[in-house]
Design a binder for this molecule. Structure first.
Ligand SMILES: [Fe+2]
Length: 209
């Protein structure tokens, strides 16, 4: 009797450990792989960073096919005052929906990416083209941002999606709206064939990577 109680306790313990550890192990691995490829791309991008970075910059070159697109951005400190001199890195898919060149297999860093540095008002701007949705339909058009500053380290900002994306759900729109001026679904306005969005980024107190 005593032996069977002990073995039952051991079985429960083994099942409990499996329930906790297997998802943890899987999460770590999936995240680990994604993060490793991402970090490799970012590190490569960092080696290509221009020596002089200005507040107004480009992501796609002027001859890149696609709808002209302007991202006007502002960066704020965690207490929401303008963050001056913050380096902003940004990248997005091209008009065919690729990040890494043809079939997403050509390059080891993003093909369309750029660097800007916030001015005295905490503002920056990127001229580029409108990204297409992911070529295999996983996500609508969006733009990534990371920030680098002495005070707050290297950070991911929330991915910015576009208001005219029909794949965004009502729940996503409501959730984004709750962030107020840090809404991560940007309104797209168009003038003379050029599309514009405004993006506000709030820095966290500590870096992410
Ligand atoms: Fe993306």
């Amino acid at each position: 009797m005593k032996i069977s109680v002990i073995s039952a306790v051991n079985k429960i313990r083994a099942i409990t450990i499996s329930i906790v550890m297997i998802p943890l192990f899987l999460t770590y691995n999936v995240y680990g792989q994604v993060a490793q490829r991402w970090l490799k791309s970012w590190n490569k991008a960092n080696t290509m960073k221009p020596s002089k970075i200005s507040a107004i910059s480009r992501i796609a070159p002027e001859n890149e096919p696609g709808t002209p697109f302007v991202i006007k951005g502002s960066v704020f400190t965690p207490d929401e005052t303008p963050a001056v001199g913050v380096i902003v890195h940004s990248y997005h898919r091209d008009a065919k929906g690729y990040d890494f060149g043809e079939n997403d297999a050509e390059l080891d860093t993003w093909r369309l990416q750029g660097w800007a540095k916030t001015d005295e008002q905490g503002n920056f701007e990127f001229k580029t083209i409108r990204p297409a949705p992911d070529h295999i339909g996983r996500e609508g058009p969006h733009i990534h941002f990371t920030t680098v500053s002495d005070m707050f380290g290297r950070q991911w900002a929330k991915k910015v999606f576009l208001s005219d994306d029909p794949t965004l759900t009502e729940t996503q729109r409501l959730d984004a709206k709750k962030a107020g001026k840090f809404n991560w679904i940007a309104d797209v306005r168009e003038t003379d064939g050029i599309q514009y969005i405004k993006v506000n980024i709030k820095l966290k107190k500590k870096g992410d990577f």
